[in-house]
Design a binder for this molecule. Structure first.
Ligand SMILES: [Zn+2]
Length: 387
């Protein structure tokens, strides 16, 4: 016990000296670092904050050349190049990083992901795909899958997109059944356009099973029957929509079909359509349902048909309804009608577009996936004037 105590007394001063030396060494290293790298960082940062990106890049490039170990600086530089649209330079920086043998695995994944982002921004989707696939099993696998899904959806490769969503579900990234339902519908639309009706019907059946609450397979099925010249089946399917939760909104998308079908099939169908559309319009005062309703009433030779458009003005003033009312009534002096009608027609056209709730992109026809931002179901089934 005594011996151990005296040993400790001897060792203490040594420990002190060692500690002091170590701290001196740290100090000197810090001073060297402070003299070179941080100064460069601050200079670069100052340029960045002053929006002088060119000068910042010069400073960073010089710093990277002087000290190739500065990994974070490489990342910053690569991202800066990408944001400026200098994709070839960004790619070179990230490839340079990946070629290093001393890179920490997490930094390697980051560089791999950033490289894929460079390729994507540059529009080199096949190279981006290859780069993203290398992220499988790494810490950035989930981010890689999101980017892969974007690429496959963009390329309309619905089968590969489906595979990615299954992997994402395995990784607990969420429920993607709604998306897969859209993928099946997209394939069904392709089959329908190519007159492969049997195949289209099978795909829509699968879509209904994939997401039972989704309204799209029902809408696409109605379109398929119309294409196959099966008006009575389509008619029944439209009427059956009433029982679904999402019915009023979805009915706006097929109301014009109901009107056309009723007009083709005669009085009994017209009477039925009138009652149905009026009921739906009371549930949801949609412009599309209103237009279909007036069409049906006009076909029934109701002289008051256009009054629906005037009634609409009391509920919610509408230029679209006003223009249509004018087009249908003969109460104006004939000489004034064409000019006024034309002016109103032109004014209401933009109001009859659909608008993406995610990016604001406006389109004449309804899209399930926005051509602007690729969001799914981002278009409310209402016209701009109703929003
Ligand atoms: Zn959009």
């Amino acid at each position: 016990m005594g011996f151990e105590f005296s040993w400790l007394l001897l060792a203490l001063p040594f420990a002190f000296v060692l500690g002091w030396l170590a701290s001196r060494l740290d100090w000197r290293q810090m001073r060297i670092l402070q003299r070179s790298a941080p100064k460069t960082y601050y200079r670069g940062l100052t340029y960045l904050l002053n929006e002088q990106q060119d000068k910042a890049i010069d400073v960073f490039v010089q710093a990277v050349q002087n000290d190739p170990d500065t990994i974070e600086l490489h990342f910053a530089l690569g991202n800066l190049f990408r944001r400026r649209g200098e994709y070839d330079r960004a790619i070179r920086v990230h490839e340079h990083l990946l070629a290093r043998a001393d890179l920490h695995p997490h930094d390697r994944d980051r560089a791999q992901y950033d490289l894929a982002q460079d390729f994507m921004k540059a529009g080199l989707y096949d190279r981006a795909e290859t780069a993203l696939k290398k992220l499988a099993g790494t810490s950035l696998e989930n981010d890689g899958l999101i980017a892969l899904l974007f690429i496959y959806e963009r390329a309309q490769d619905w089968k590969l997109a489906t595979e990615v969503t299954r992997q994402m579900e395995k990784n607990a990234q969420g429920d993607f059944s709604g998306r897969r339902c859209h993928y099946l519908c997209e394939q069904a639309v392709q089959a329908r356009e190519g007159q492969q009706y049997e195949q289209a019907a099978q795909l829509l059946e699968a879509a209904r099973k994939e997401a039972s609450s989704s309204i799209r397979p029902h809408i696409e099925t109605i379109e398929l029957w119309l294409r196959q010249d099966r008006p009575e089946t389509a008619w029944q399917a439209i009427l059956a929509l009433e029982t679904r939760d999402t019915a009023p909104a979805a009915l706006a998308l097929v109301a014009h079909h109901l009107s056309t079908l009723a007009q083709a099939q005669g009085h009994e169908h017209l009477v039925q359509a009138q009652a149905f559309l009026q009921r739906q319009y009371e549930r949801q005062p949609s412009l599309d349902i209103l237009v279909a309703l007036v069409e049906v009433e006009t076909a029934l030779q109701n002289p008051q048909a256009a009054q629906w458009y005037l009634l609409r003005q009391l509920q919610a003033p509408s230029l679209v309804a006003a223009a249509r009312w004018m087009g249908q009534t003969a109460q104006l002096p004939a000489i004034d009608r064409p000019a006024l009608q034309q002016a109103l027609q032109r004014a209401q056209e933009p109001l009859m577009r659909y608008r993406c709730a995610a990016c604001g992109f406006e389109t004449r026809r309804y899209f399930w996936q926005c051509p602007g931002c690729q969001s799914w179901e981002s278009y409310p089934p209402q016209r701009i004037e109703e929003l």
